[in-house]
Design a protein around this ligand. Structure first.
Ligand SMILES: Nc1ncnc2c1ncn2[C@@H]1O[C@H](COP(=O)(O)OP(=O)(O)OP(=O)(O)O)[C@@H](O)[C@H]1O
Ligand SMILES: [Mg+2]
Length: 487
């Protein structure tokens, strides 16, 4: 059962945060409030009136809007088109675009959302896309706004902007439900916080009454281990050497411009950047998923520039993809098949030329235990796991087989604080044994905390170095947006 005995009262004019471990039932609860699941028992009231919500359109009609964690905008349409899609104002039979534009600008002005109606969504950064999602929900007249992990993909400056908008919205009397694993953020923005454990609400507290540590303990139901201190394990043996790498797309646009760096055994190199500045292209080039236009990639002493992805994996490279839904998992396959994905040709998934299903299943059991993947069995489909548990499965798979080089994009995105600390420990242990890591993360505390050195990427170029021992998240955030004199 995903939810049982949930009691939640959200007041108008407040931000109500929901926190809980991965798989606790936060998203399930929100989908119920948004009409995507029918509750077996219990009632939902909106403004005192019982509401039966059988579909999202029921919810929208009653003023409930939801921004999902994965954006649902159409890239090749403009902001205006995305916002009005599905709820077009009509003049007779024709769409009334001037009226729609007027309303969009009015809403955007009122809440400081800075909308640019005629720009294509594909040209927008992540923060702006998210504001369009919010605008879309407000455009439909939402008075209750549900945000499922909205800050996971934002840099600190964008988080501040989002919080400004939320303050504006609540002063207009909206009710806002906010889910996040970042407890310091929750304490900053929430008026009330409800903790969910194993599908049930266990407490509602005021931010002034608890520390983030106490909040974490309420979520887990026990004390958290303290994070250990770290010491450098960087060696002078180069594991990955990237020289003058450039990537130009079919239209002649430069995506990566003369990128060079070296990662040694036992070293974590962090890449800081606002999403969309070439990180994805860099990672895909390193994994052999794109053909680079110039430059070389060497693994140890070997030039692997022309190697296929499979060969690179067999050569010791592991890869945690940025988008777990699109590149990391087969949602409609059981967990053990997902264990084999991308690793079919190596033990324990194969014996000689044959697949070894027994071996794969046994090793999936090991990952589920070692990485604390909360699941009834290894035979359930990956789609049945909560977001954070899907992520843990991927990290476990990629860390198996003792890689020498790990390319990690947002390795702990969406995992709860306890699981995050556990993954950090596992990465540090592997690093101490010589693992080299390229780390990309929007979580700047993670980037600073795990990295031995940091480089800033901007428009496909490495533009600055930062010292993780001294740099602050704010300084790093400024360097990422290209502000003068930062880092
Ligand atoms: N489509 C589904 N089919 C079966 N079970 C599901 C499905 N989606 C979620 N569950 C189960 O419901 C429980 C709650 O999942 P939910 O996604 O609500 O967790 P969550 O609190 O949002 O976690 P996270 O922080 O990882 O996103 C989990 O045990 C999960 O395995
Ligand atoms: Mg969730």
């Amino acid at each position: 059962m995903a939810n049982s005995d949930v009691n939640l009262v959200v007041q108008r004019g407040t931000v109500h945060a929901i926190v809980g471990e991965n798989g606790a039932g936060k998203s399930t609860l929100m989908k119920t409030l948004y009409g995507m699941h029918r509750p077996d028992s219990g009632t939902v009231r909106i403004d005192g009136k019982a509401a039966v919500l059988t579909s999202p359109s029921d919810a929208i009609e009653r003023g409930v809007g939801m921004v999902h964690q994965h954006f649902q905008l159409a890239d090749n349409l403009t902001v205006l088109e995305n916002v009005v899609l599905g709820s077009e104002p009509r003049k007779g039979v024709r769409l009334d675009f001037p009226e729609a534009r007027r309303r969009i600008l009015e809403i955007s002005d009122r809440y400081g959302l800075d909308a640019r109606p005629d720009v294509l969504v594909e040209e927008l950064g992540v923060g702006e896309r998210q504001r369009v999602e919010i605008l879309k929900v407000l455009y439909r007249g939402a008075r209750t706004l549900i945000l499922d992990e909205p800050t996971a993909v934002l840099v600190p400056q964008e988080v501040d902007e989002l919080f400004d908008a939320l303050r504006e919205l609540k002063s207009e009397g909206l009710a806002i439900i906010f889910i996040s694993h970042k407890l310091d953020e929750v304490l900053k923005v929430a008026d009330e916080i409800t903790v969910i454990r194993r599908g049930s609400t266990v407490a509602t507290v005021l931010p002034g009454e608890v520390t983030s540590r106490e909040l974490a303990e309420l979520m887990v139901g026990s004390e958290l281990p303290t994070a250990e201190t770290r010491e450098s394990t960087v060696t002078d043996v180069a594991e990955l050497t990237v020289s003058d790498l450039s990537l130009v797309d079919r239209t002649g646009r430069t995506l990566l411009d003369d990128v060079s760096f070296t990662i040694h055994r036992g070293e974590v190199l962090g890449i800081a950047g606002v999403e969309g500045n070439g990180q994805a292209e860099l990672v895909e080039s390193l994994m052999g998923m794109r053909h680079v236009s110039a430059g070389t990639v060497r693994l140890g002493e070997i030039d692997v520039t022309d190697w296929s992805t499979r060969r690179r994996r067999e050569g010791g490279m592991a890869y945690i993809a940025e988008d777990r839904i699109r590149h990391g998992l087969l949602l409609e396959s059981p967990l053990w098949e997902n264990r084999m994905l991308g690793h079919q040709t190596v033990p324990p998934n194969s014996k000689g030329a044959l697949l070894d299903i027994r071996g794969a299943k046994r090793d999936t059991e090991r990952i589920v235990t070692d990485y604390d993947v909360r699941t009834p069995s290894i035979d359930v489909l990956a789609s049945a796991l909560s977001g954070g548990n899907q992520q843990k499965l991927i990290v476990g798979r990629e860390m198996s087989g003792d890689p020498t080089m790990l390319i990690a994009s947002h390795p702990t995105r969406g995992v709860d604080v306890g699981a995050q600390a556990a993954i950090w420990d596992l990465l540090r242990d592997a690093r101490a044994k010589g693992l080299a890591v390229l780390l990309i993360s929007a979580d700047l505390d993670e980037l600073i905390g795990l990295s031995d050195s940091i480089k800033v990427i901007l428009r496909g170029r490495l533009v600055a170095d930062a010292d993780p021992a001294t740099v602050t998240p704010e300084q790093l955030g400024s360097a990422m947006t290209g502000a003068e004199g930062a880092a």
